[in-house]
Ligand binder design. Structure first.
Ligand code: HAM
Length: 412
């Protein structure tokens, strides 16, 4: 029987993998100019990490985690997101001793047991960035400016940034009380999920995607009426900095986010072209998280972009003009003579292909398929003369080049 990939998890094949690599390199290049360095954390973590950070009553922890016991009975979970792992590693390595500010970027797979559909899978990739150790609004704004630069470098110009503030430990409890009071009389009209949530995590009711629940919460109290002065001030400053950085945004007091660690700034980047799973990226501030996970009281802010969704937004990638050099070699002597030339070219960074054998005609067919710009032909005659025939594929023009001059001629 044929073995296939698990539902909701897919292979990334060429040429898509090359497009992904290009996008990831772009992120690395841009993030570096803001001082971010890469962090790689394990894909498996103690379950407790996500329960304590993402939140026991979040949808992720309640029903979407891939959790299993290892051979010793320890509960482990495939990471559903990156922030918790980054914070765990930050505390474990005591990075704050070396530098109070840490700028960490990550690239990798996340796992959530969700119902697969367009833009939603069970293994998906994120590009994320976390800025730890800065509580000032400038950090929130800088991350959003960096994201905007990343998106526009990819030719994406139709995303919408929506921002909100979720308040802090001082002001949010009053808001939660108000929401609970609001829900009290009408709870039976909400969906079963919301009814369950209202007690333990009333904010999630505002996040419900069902139309009937959305209508019911249309006139629910909004968090912005409950912000304390410090939260208000923080929000105002973020907004002012975004304006100064020419980042367009919309204020949306309904953004609550599905992860519990957020405080103050929360944002989502949406695009209508994505359909119902319209968030290409999201993030926010999580000032209490490092402390909650056993570290010092260090603030943090970050985002994650979903790679699969991001790739759906990228305009057709123009084929890079190829500079592949293809070697069509006839006979083992020709192969032996050219091997060092091929090695030297590759050492200089050139992509070099060959056919490994076959007739000249079949080798040219392969050269064509590879998209080669130039083909180097060496047969018995050429070996005797010590020259190769170099053919430019675009014009058909041919020239003879001495073996000793090949590397130089092919690298100009
Ligand atoms: P999140 O909103 O859960 O936030 O996910 C971020 C992005 O990952 C989403 O906007 C979406 O593009 C992508 N994504 C999420 N679930 C799926 C899925 N099942 N299939 C495909 N793509 C998906 C976080 O994960 C936070 N850790 C973000 C953050 C970083 N906050 C602070 N720092």
């Amino acid at each position: 029987m044929k073995i296939t990939a698990i539902k909701g998890m897919s292979d990334l094949l060429p040429p898509q993998s090359t497009h992904w690599e290009r996008v990831e390199s772009k992120a690395r290049e841009i993030f570096k100019t803001y001082g971010f360095q890469e962090i790689r954390t394990p894909i498996v973590e103690p379950t407790e990490l996500f329960v304590r950070s993402v939140g026991e009553t979040s949808a992720i922890v309640e029903k979407e985690m891939y959790t299993f016991e290892d051979r010793k009975g320890t509960s482990l979970t495939l990471r559903p997101e990156g922030t918790a792992s980054v914070v765990r590693a930050y505390i474990e390595a005591a990075l704050y001793y070396k530098d109070p500010v840490a700028k960490l970027a990550y690239f990798g797979p996340m796992f959530r047991y969700e119902q697969p559909q367009k833009g939603r899978s069970r293994q998906f990739f994120q590009i994320g960035a976390e800025l730890l150790g800065v509580q000032e609004p400038m950090a929130d704004a800088e991350l959003l400016i960096m994201l905007e630069q990343f998106f526009s470098s990819l030719g994406i110009t139709d995303t919408r940034l929506e921002i909100n503030s979720l308040g802090c430990k001082a002001c949010r409890p009053k808001y939660l009380e108000a929401i609970q009071k609001f829900l009290k009389g009408k709870l039976s009209k909400f969906c079963a999920d919301c009814q369950k949530r209202s007690d333990r995590n009333p904010l999630r009711v505002l996040d419900c995607k069902k139309e009937e629940c959305r209508t019911l919460t249309a006139d629910a109290p909004m968090i912005n009426d409950f912000w304390c002065e410090a939260c208000h001030q923080h929000y105002r400053e973020v907004r002012g900095l975004l304006l100064a950085g020419h980042v367009k945004f919309k204020e949306n007091p309904r953004i609550v986010r599905g992860l519990d660690y957020y405080c103050r700034t929360a944002f989502e980047i949406l695009c209508d072209r994505l359909g119902s799973q319209n968030a290409v990226g999201a993030g926010g501030r999580y000032d209490g998280l490092v402390k909650d996970l056993g570290g010092p009281d260090v603030p943090g802010v970050g985002f994650a972009v979903g790679m699969e969704r991001l790739m759906m937004l990228i305009p057709d990638i123009e084929e890079r003009t190829s500079d592949i050099v293809f070697f069509a070699l006839l006979g083992s002597e020709a192969q032996q003579k050219m091997l060092s030339v091929m090695q030297e070219l590759r050492a200089k960074g050139k992509q070099v292909e060959c056919a490994y054998g076959g007739s000249l005609k079949s080798q040219f067919r392969r050269a064509d398929k590879s998209g080669a710009a130039q083909v180097v032909v060496v047969g018995e005659n050429e070996v005797q003369k010590g020259t190769a025939v170099v053919k430019k594929m675009s014009s058909g023009e041919q020239r003879e080049v001495l073996f000793g001059r090949l590397v130089e001629e092919l690298t100009v």
